[in-house]
Design a protein around this ligand. Structure first.
Ligand code: ZN
Length: 216
């Protein structure tokens, strides 16, 4: 059985509930694995450019590349600047706290916090390879934007998935989770990253080699 075969677990794909779905989004098969940019790379630290042309092969390819790169890096979300692209796009394949799985992409998203409840929990980032730290996020949030064809779409989530939506929207505005930390904590996180990042990069390279084998 391939990781691209359907399984019987229901999955929310682009906001619609599907009865069965593969372990990995099928479009990842068309993607090329990219290197994930690391904190300090300028494109991670500025507000990104809105997408104005929809339905193009370039936009489709960008999303395919982002999916396969996210899987290889074992992330639950990835923003375009994390593969060095200045476009307001993110992808996700993320669970919430109730066992639901959400897969999709969104373009030019605007985030709305739902309710006043917040959750403080551990959070990491593929662009800060290795460590994690406690960050307070909304317990529920919605993002409204467009899909790759230019159709309006709204995705909402709670718990860990709301955290993902907030984290990825932050990326499009040039904000990393470490920017929410106190200076001392931030410095400790970056010191830990320096110690662990080469090991993380080696693991990603090994998974990239494997996924190229299974998807060909
Ligand atoms: Zn991140």
């Amino acid at each position: 059985m391939s990781i691209f075969d359907n399984t019987d677990n229901p999955v929310w794909v682009q906001g619609k509930l599907l009865a069965s779905y593969p372990q990995l989004a099928p479009r990842a098969r068309r993607g090329t694995v990219a290197d994930v940019t690391v904190i300090g790379t300028p494109v991670l630290h500025r507000s990104l450019t809105p997408v104005t042309e929809f339905g193009t092969p370039e936009l489709r390819q960008l999303i395919d590349d982002m999916f396969v790169t996210m899987y290889v890096a074992q992330g639950v979300g990835l923003a375009a600047n994390q593969i060095g692209v200045d476009s307001r796009v993110f992808v996700f394949d993320c669970p919430d706290d109730d066992g639901n799985r959400f897969v999709g992409h969104i373009i030019n998203p605007e985030i709305t916090v739902i309710g006043e409840a917040v959750v403080t929990d551990n959070e990491g980032c593929l662009s800060v390879p290795g460590p994690s730290a406690s960050v307070t996020r909304p317990a529920a949030a919605a993002v409204a934007g467009y899909d790759e064809t230019g159709e309006p779409i709204t995705i909402d989530g709670t718990g860990y998935f709301a955290r993902c939506l907030a984290h990825e929207t932050d990326h499009l505005n040039g904000t990393l989770y470490v920017d929410h930390l106190a200076d001392k904590t931030r410095a400790a996180v970056l010191r830990e990253m320096e110690k662990t990042k080469s090991e993380v990069f080696a693991e990603r390279a090994a998974r990239a080699a494997r996924i190229n084998t299974v998807s060909s």
